[in-house]
Design a protein around this ligand. Structure first.
Ligand code: ADP
Length: 550
């Protein structure tokens, strides 16, 4: 009994993925799922097929002896069979562990062993990678190959996905699950130390799904055709597959073909209305659209969700002004299921001038329901929402991690129950969040923080600049000074002096980069973020060397 209050008399109905899976069959059986195969052909089937096959998968797992809570890994691109794993595994009571195929094989092996994955599903096209990890993972008991039409030799003792499914009944008696039980394990990519496992529960995933579908967030609806470009092995494809199944939107999966032309072809032919991906993907798409503005009919497109790293304002503006395409910038983390904030302009701010509004749309936005935010300084003092004071962002809510798998990284959680994101931010009086850096990448010059993200954003608005990453170079006097790595657009030129002039007047003088290094490409992490550790390794001594040469 609840002491001193009247107990609500509503059902304690569990928030599990099984409910979403059943909706797919009972309400949206005819809705289509389209996947691009490695040979570029398209596979089409329906939610009814998806439900049948997910049930068969659950039957196959039971036959293999997979028990509740066992970890089942996937090493797969985005396609319909990965979607079956997204539901068949958790709804059977096991836990899906999506392995990031962009990591180094030793890292993948470490993660699989760390999570003690018993079963692994692998795309046949990824067997060359898989062969480099399998012998290092002692916990693997069963290897199941998803035959995607490629010809790589099968590992000895492996099982075939379709053969396993074909043996099973198309109806499975899914168990009643505790909503707090684990549904998935996703590892963060380890750019901040060893990769850490985030254990998503059924409840957190269902709540995230409901929040993601809201009109004022991503507004995923039955009317939509959703293309998750963001990999299903990274932060559960931002939850887009779960939202689409929940509301009955058509799903389109790109398979391994993530180049701009393949994606634009899919968007046009399947009449995609919502697509989500990291800025690099969208930069490539924008460049191609600028070259051939009339080639693709994107009139169906309603929202392009961009997140994972900062979307430059010039890109958001370019899509809107030159191609009439609406971008929504969002921020999140694997530790948050992953959506945290989303940049929509509030009603009474829509009267502001274009530049102010673009500034809001290029911010990381304000929190979605049930995410609470605050920021703190190095002494844990909570900072004001004044749009200026920088501090580390902390969040809490029902789809925020409360600890990591194995209890690692306890220092990321505060004594009063908040998660320390590792992002350095400002928050303004309206609650809009602006990421200025990741804490491990901050540039501290003479004791003052300089926002690399703000500088990058401004540099990328220069007509000759394709990409810009600003990072800390060692400096005798100031300890660190900003240095900018620049990738120029094809056929364009700019000097460091010109870029410096472009920034002047927009920032305090001491923020301006001391120098510019021109590169063919900027090193990136497995999840598409600028790899600033590498930049520091390559060019951290640039200023010292330059001084010595004088
Ligand atoms: P990983 O560290 O494995 O790449 P995540 O994808 O969970 O894992 O990364 C989360 C981090 O990505 C955030 O803490 C933040 O630094 C960065 N990030 C995500 N979205 C944005 C965004 N819209 N703008 C700037 N940074 C972002």
């Amino acid at each position: 009994m609840l002491a001193g209050s009247l107990a609500g008399r509503m059902m304690d109905f569990p928030l599990t993925l099984t409910h979403l899976l059943e909706r797919a069959r009972t309400l949206f059986g005819r809705t289509e799922i389209v996947s691009r195969n490695p040979d570029r052909s398209l596979h089409r089937h329906t939610f009814a097929d998806f439900h049948r096959r997910s049930s068969q998968l659950a039957g196959a797992l039971a036959r293999l002896g997979v028990r509740p809570g066992d970890r089942v890994a996937s090493l797969s691109w985005n396609h319909y069979r990965h979607l079956e794993l997204y539901f068949g595994v958790p709804c059977s009571g096991a836990v899906l562990h999506t392995l990031n195929l962009r990591l180094h094989p030793t890292e993948i092996a470490y993660i699989a062993q760390h999570a003690e994955d018993r079963v692994v599903f692998v795309d046949r096209s990824l067997l060359p990678l898989f062969n480099q990890i399998v012998e290092h993972v002692r916990s693997f008991e069963h290897v199941i190959v998803i035959d995607d039409g490629t010809a790589h030799a099968l590992p000895g003792g492996s099982l075939d996905y379709e053969t396993l499914l074909a043996r099973e009944s198309t109806r499975f008696d899914f168990p009643d699950l505790d909503e707090r039980s684990a549904a998935m394990v996703c590892y963060t990519s380890g750019t901040t130390g060893n990769p850490k496992g985030v254990v998503l529960s059924h409840r957190s995933t269902v709540l995230h799904t409901l929040v993601q579908c809201m009109t004022d967030t991503a507004a995923i609806s039955e009317n939509d055709t959703v293309l998750p470009v963001v990999p299903m092995f990274h932060a559960n494809a931002w939850g887009l597959p779960y939202s689409s199944i929940c509301v009955g939107s058509k799903l389109v999966f790109p398979g391994p073909h993530l180049d701009p032309t393949s994606l634009l072809d899919l968007m046009a032919t399947e009449k995609v209305t919502v697509a989500g991906g990291v800025p690099t993907i969208w930069l490539g798409i924008l460049a191609l659209l600028d070259q051939e503005p009339k080639k693709w009919d994107l009139s169906a497109m309603r929202t392009m969700l961009i997140g994972g790293s900062a979307a430059p304002a010039s890109m958001i503006d370019g899509f809107q002004k030159r191609h009439g395409l609406g971008v929504i910038h969002a921020w999140g983390m694997t530790e948050m299921n992953p959506l945290g904030t989303l940049a929509r302009v509030k009603r009474d701010l829509r009267g502001a001038d274009d530049e102010t509004q673009l500034g809001l749309r290029a911010s990381q936005g304000y929190p979605v329901p049930f995410v609470e935010q605050r920021h703190a300084d190095e002494e844990d003092k909570i900072l004001p929402w004044d749009g200026e004071t920088m501090g580390e962002l902390q969040v809490r809510g029902p789809f925020v991690a409360s600890s990591y798998y194995g209890g690692e990284g306890p220092d990321r959680f505060t004594a009063d129950g908040w998660f320390k994101t590792g992002d350095v931010v400002t928050i303004d009086a309206e609650g809009y969040l602006r990421i200025t850096d990741r804490s491990k990448d901050v540039i501290k010059s003479g004791g003052e923080w300089i926002s690399s993200v703000a500088l990058e954003n401004a540099l990328m608005s220069h007509p000759s600049v394709l990409e810009a990453a600003v990072f800390a170079a060692r400096d005798e006097k100031w300890s660190e000074r900003p240095l900018a790595a620049i990738v120029l657009k094809e056929g364009k030129s700019a000097t460091g002096a010109e870029l410096g002039a472009h920034l002047e007047g927009r920032f305090a003088k001491f923020w301006l980069p001391d120098d510019y290094v021109f590169m063919k490409q900027i090193p990136r992490t497995s999840t598409g973020k600028f790899l600033k550790t590498k930049l520091r390794e390559l060019h951290g001594d640039h200023l010292e060397k330059k001084k010595a040469a004088r």
